[in-house]
Ligand binder design. Structure first.
Ligand SMILES: Nc1ncnc2c1ncn2[C@@H]1O[C@H](COP(=O)(O)OP(=O)(O)OP(=O)(O)O)[C@@H](O)[C@H]1O
Length: 886
């Protein structure tokens, strides 16, 4: 590597010494290569062009400056003909993927223009170069560029008034889906769920083809599109109904879109067609392999908005955005990358359909009952690689030989998997019982053709086993014979010349040579031709050596070429089976998720929730699935919940009540569960009070997480649960100033609350952690009261409302479907002991003053605060006052 290419922080350059704007040059004065560079660059004005020159990929002009800045490389310059020096920056060719990944992560599109012939072949003329790859954030296939645990989505959006169409695809796994709906807010939510790496939008922008990097502003970006994504501005034409429809019909070789389910959804069709056109446009070198288009409806799934996803910490924690500590982290016991991605998808899109939920539950139940099956299944799954992505790379022609060996190893496991689950009865295991024979044959063929550990590079031979191809074997024997001849040459020539230090070497410039120390140069035989003189040695060739060399090199090239051809034929063959492999991969992924959930269920003592048609939420001795795992075993205090039930009372609970065990206190060590009980046995709304840090938020989230887990089909951390399916889960949890949009804490809080009140239904679960704290106490309390009333009376949404306003406890006296719960503490003279137990009843006082005392506020301040408190309480009999008002 030369200093100019070294990956060290850039140094300051005097820009006047070289040209960094390609428009400012007189092309006729540029040497041929730079003219070709500019021609190529003009075809991809919005991408970074990495141009192969010898052992480097180089950028010139503007791209050189950007590359140096973005990757902290040295910006230097290069003589570009009579025109003078131009800005240049570059990266070593063997590590282009690493640098391209960094650029793509920063939101750049990258075009790779590689040399497609050896400079020796070009013999003086310009080396032939071609575009070999176009990388955009949403179209990655390379193993090192993708995160194994998550999908990499490319999305396309079409907006017409309040209506929208959204299509998305993961080209590495073949998923391709489309949908249409109204209400732009739902589009925002759907995009937030998917977290696409790149979003295509049709525009009339003059700057078509450009890629807006995350956070980059543009007047062409509709307000409903979150600014945190990468947007590719595309022409309207491929997104028109006519073009898009034709593209889909042609791609899927169908006569009508009815079979794809989107015939009646023009915006969904337009988005999907526009997406396909983009793939065709950017992936010419590596045709993309997509599964059939699937149409879905957003309302078929539990709606978890971005707010709730964040507050419930489903894929990352709120505090520091880490995966560790999230629900996904706590639940993931999958054994394959495909399973890991599927679990993430499931968590972000829980089901509404009870049948679907029960099918998953049945599979978990069977795997819990049958421990040997579960253990063996996990063992086998661990030996299966990422079939979805390996197949994708094979189909698009980017797989290397190691990929195909990994694919063959994995395919070979499938019949074992099938016989393991042969006698199972649950749907997700039965799906693995049949492996199409063609896949076993394919695995055998790959194993028979490819060596066990092939090299990464495909053009340097060493890929194909002996016995596969007679011509190949013959050529190998010839090359081996010649190699042997060279190996013997050193011994023979030493004997002939009597020079014991004589050596036979090879380098790229001179090929094979005989090296002799200068001291012995006088005794070389006459047939030796001197080729090079170094400080201590002379290098010679002989006519015979050169003849052999020519034979070896040609034979080796032919051999490598033949191996490459055999390999690509194999790879293409895998591509033709992509659909079958991917269908089975999906089944493997689902079984893996369920097997992991079963394993977790056994270890954590989860129960199978009974999913019911009504609105009931009954959780006996529920636990928070993440907090429980972060505490020592047995430390988490279970708590029960009962919301939105009918008047039918749970027999078990009634029995327990008869025994006189009242309250919500739970003891995990005790085998009998703690029955829930409240003055209103089936409240729709619970007012939850308790001191700071007593466990209110934890309890609130626990209920939300249990409901969500149940709707992905998982077992849940509880002694027992009976749950009606929710249509949406809403949460509002302590706000932080939204500096990005300049909104105050209180405004954020009010916006979120308004969203809940405007969209919640009686089938929703609403979790409110304090409302009204960001304003004057009385304003806050008044709003909190009115919100709670509206939720309980007008909407009847199942709600838990955690608050420090213990005045809200008065609501229970007015409304039959409101109950008070409190998280209890034990007060000692100089400390409060947190019991984390949720019990019926409201806290009769706020612990704020007590907390202030413990924190060391002067006694006189505490005393005075108590007096003020007494006065306020005297005048705040809200319920009574409101009754008079009504
Ligand atoms: N049921 C429980 N069992 C054991 N520990 C718990 C339980 N619930 C909460 N905790 C612990 O108590 C800590 C405080 O809980 P949490 O944040 O829910 O309190 P809070 O009442 O919401 O406080 P604040 O009113 O200040 O928001 C948690 O970090 C958790 O470790």
């Amino acid at each position: 590597m030369t200093a100019s290419h070294s990956a060290t922080p850039s140094t300051k350059h005097d820009a006047s010494t070289f040209i960094s704007d390609h428009r400012a040059v007189d092309r006729s004065k540029l040497s041929q290569m730079y003219q070709h560079y500019i021609e190529t660059k003009e075809k991809y004005p919005h991408a970074m062009l990495l141009y192969r020159v010898g052992d480097f990929f180089e950028c010139y002009f503007e791209d050189a400056v950007t590359l140096a800045q973005q990757l902290e490389l040295v910006l230097t310059s290069k003589q570009a003909g009579e025109q003078g020096r131009v800005a240049m920056s570059g990266v070593p060719h063997h590590s282009w993927e690493r640098y391209a990944t960094l650029l793509v992560e920063k939101g750049y599109a990258v075009v790779i223009c590689d040399q497609v012939e050896d400079s020796a072949e070009a013999a003086g003329r310009l080396v032939r170069r071609e575009i070999t790859r176009i990388l955009t954030p949403g179209t990655l296939l390379e193993d090192g560029m993708l995160k194994a645990s998550r999908n990499n989505y490319l999305a396309a959006v079409v907006i017409a008034g309040e209506h929208w169409g959204l299509a998305y695809a993961d080209i590495s796994t073949g998923e391709f889906l489309t949908t249409q709906a109204s209400n732009l807010e739902h589009l925002t939510q759907e995009l937030m769920r998917l977290q696409p790496s790149e979003v295509l939008i049709p525009t009339n922008a003059p700057d078509l083809g450009s890629l807006l990097r995350p956070g980059e502003k543009s007047e062409h970006l509709p307000a409903c599109l979150p600014p945190s994504f990468c947007y590719a501005l595309r022409s309207q034409v491929p997104f028109s109904q006519g073009e898009a429809r034709a593209k889909l019909l042609q791609k899927f070789k169908v006569r009508s879109l009815e079979g794809l389910g989107c015939d009646h959804l023009p915006l969904a069709v337009r988005a999907a067609g526009g997406l396909l056109e983009y793939l065709e446009d950017t992936q010419k070198e590596h045709p993309v392999f997509l599964q059939g288009l699937r149409t879905y409806t957003i309302t078929d799934y539990l709606i978890v908005d971005n707010q709730t996803r964040r507050n419930l910490e489903i894929t990352q924690t709120v505090r520091d955005g880490t995966f560790h500590g999230s629900l996904l982290w706590a639940l993931d016991r999958t054994s394959t990358a495909m399973g890991g991605r599927a679990l993430r998808r499931w968590l972000l899109q829980p089901l509404l359909d009870i049948k679907g939920i029960r099918a998953r539950q049945d599979t978990i139940a069977e795997l819990i009952e049958n421990t040997p099956l579960r253990k063996e299944l996990r063992q086998l799954l661990r030996q299966i690689y990422d079939l979805e992505r390996l197949t994708g790379r094979a189909g698009s022609g980017t797989a290397n030989a190691r990929d195909l060996v990994a694919l063959a190893d994995s395919l070979a496991r499938l019949p074992e998997l099938a016989s393991l689950v042969a006698d199972t009865r649950s749907p997700f295991l039965k799906a693995l019982q049949k492996v199409p024979p063609v896949l076993s044959e394919l695995a055998e063929k790959l194993h028979a053709h490819l060596v066990e550990s092939p090299p990464i590079y495909l053009t340097e031979g060493g890929l194909i086993r002996q016995g596969v191809n007679a011509l190949l074997d013959e050529q190998k024997i010839t090359v081996e014979g010649d190699r042997q001849w060279i190996a013997n040459l050193e011994v023979e020539e030493r004997a002939k010349t009597g020079i014991p230090t004589l050596k036979v070497g090879f380098n790229k410039t001179f090929g094979y040579y005989i090296s002799i120390s200068r001291a012995k140069a006088d005794s070389v035989p006459s047939n030796y031709i001197r080729k090079q003189t170094l400080t201590n040695e002379e290098r010679y060739i002989t006519p015979e050596l050169k003849e052999r060399e020519a034979r070896i090199l040609t034979a080796r090239d032919d051999l490598n070429q033949l191996e490459y051809e055999i390999f690509t034929a194999l790879r293409d063959e895998v591509g033709t089976h992509a659909e079958v492999i991917r269908i089975l991969s999906r089944a493997v992924a689902a079984a893996d998720v369920l097997c992991g959930l079963a394993e977790l269920g056994v270890h954590q003592g989860f129960c199978r929730p009974e999913m019911v048609a009504g609105r009931e939420i009954l959780i006996v001795d529920g636990r928070h699935p993440v907090v429980e795992q972060s505490l020592p075993a047995g430390f988490f205090v279970p708590n029960s919940t009962q919301l939105g039930g009918t008047n039918r009372r749970d027999a078990k609970i009634a029995k327990e009540e008869d025994k006189g065990t009242r309250g919500l206190l739970g003891d995990k060590g005790n085998s009998s569960p703690t029955p829930p009980l409240s003055p209103s046995p089936h409240p729709d709304l619970i007012i939850l009070t308790g001191p700071n840090a007593s466990g209110k938020s934890c309890y609130l989230r626990q209920v939300g997480l249990i409901q969500l887990m149940a709707q992905i089909g998982s077992f849940v951390p509880a002694y027992e649960a009976r749950l009606g399916v929710c249509d949406r889960i809403f949460t509002r949890v302590g706000a932080v100033d939204d500096l990005a949009t300049g909104q105050s804490t209180f405004m954020v809080e009010m916006n979120e609350t308004a969203n809940i009140l405007n969209h919640a239904t009686e089938r929703s679960l609403v979790l409110l952690d304090e409302i009204g704290r960001g304003t004057a106490t009385f304003d806050g309390l008044s709003i909190a009261w009115a919100v709670a009333e509206y939720l309980a009376v007008d909407i009847r949404a199942r709600t838990i409302f955690a608050t420090h306003y213990h005045e809200l406890n008065e609501l229970a006296a007015m409304l039959p479907n409101v109950a008070n719960y409190q998280v209890t503490v034990k007060e000692l003279p100089d400390q409060i002991i947190f019991l984390h137990q949720v019990q019926p009843g409201g806290a009769d006082k706020s612990y704020g003053i007590e907390a202030g005392r413990l924190a060391g506020l002067p006694a006189v301040v505490i005393q005075r605060a108590k007096q003020v408190m007494g006065q306020i309480e005297k005048h705040s009999k809200i319920a009574m006052g409101l009754q008079n008002l009504d």
